[in-house]
Design a protein around this ligand. Structure first.
Ligand code: E4P
Length: 217
């Protein structure tokens, strides 16, 4: 499973990327606002840092302007993926931009039918939002499962990019279901390393070696 990092924070991307944990990056207008940076500048900086796909989201709502924005975004760097919303216009933009050979991430997906349409429109990635469904008492992981089944039934090559990941459990479950990619905030990815029994075991080992008075360095 690929790990994308869901942020426009350069320092955090760099830290995870140096450890080999970053297969790509996703941004959205809210994350750009949070970074306090210019969208084109920060996106370029991320693309220079990371080898994999970097999703940059359009801000128009009509297909023609989305297409024009997408064509501008792909000029930033060869690893740009154009992110379009899952609306009828977004699907039209997806069809055109993917037909021109650009990678397209169709975002804000909340149903299996939406995912089916995105695949037929040539999406490279579909982004179902797990956490935002959980927020309204709908099981977000069930959507990932359903899209996996439907895509496998018909051999769609669109990759399932599980988004709006809020917990480490979301990541485990997405991996078990067979999502192709997860995108998560850096803090969630880092907290995958934590386990209370690791902390407890380490404390016991350190206490025991201290009793022997030995040191390696
Ligand atoms: C995905 O591409 C989105 O940017 C992101 O995962 C949304 O997450 P949120 O629901 O935590 O804002």
């Amino acid at each position: 499973m690929k790990f994308f990092v869901d942020t426009a924070d350069i320092a955090q991307i760099k830290e995870l990327n140096d450890l080999g944990m970053v297969d790509g990056v996703t941004t959205n207008p809210s994350l750009i606002m949070k970074s306090g940076r210019d969208i084109l500048e920060v996106t370029k900086e991320i693309c220079d840092l990371v080898e994999g796909p970097v999703s940059a989201e359009v801000t128009a709502t009509d297909a023609q302007t989305m297409i024009a924005e997408g064509r501008k975004l792909v000029k930033i760097a060869p690893n740009i993926t154009v992110k379009v919303p899952l609306t009828w216009d977004g699907l039209q933009a997806c069809k055109t931009l993917s037909g021109e050979g650009h990678k397209v991430n169709v975002t804000l997906c909340f149903s299996t039918n939406q995912a089916l349409l995105a695949a037929k429109a040539g999406a490279t990635f579909i982004s179902p939002f797990v956490g935002r469904l959980d927020d309204v008492n709908i099981d977000g992981l069930e959507l990932i499962e359903d899209i996996r089944t439907v895509y496998d039934n018909y051999g769609f090559e669109t990759e399932i990019l599980a988004a709006s990941i809020r917990t480490v459990n979301h990541i485990t479950q997405c991996a078990l279901i067979g999502a192709d990619v997860i995108t998560a905030p850096p803090a969630v990815i880092k907290s995958m390393a934590s386990h209370p029994l690791t902390d407890k075991g380490l404390a016991a080992f350190l206490a025991d070696i201290e009793k022997t008075g030995q040191k390696i360095l």
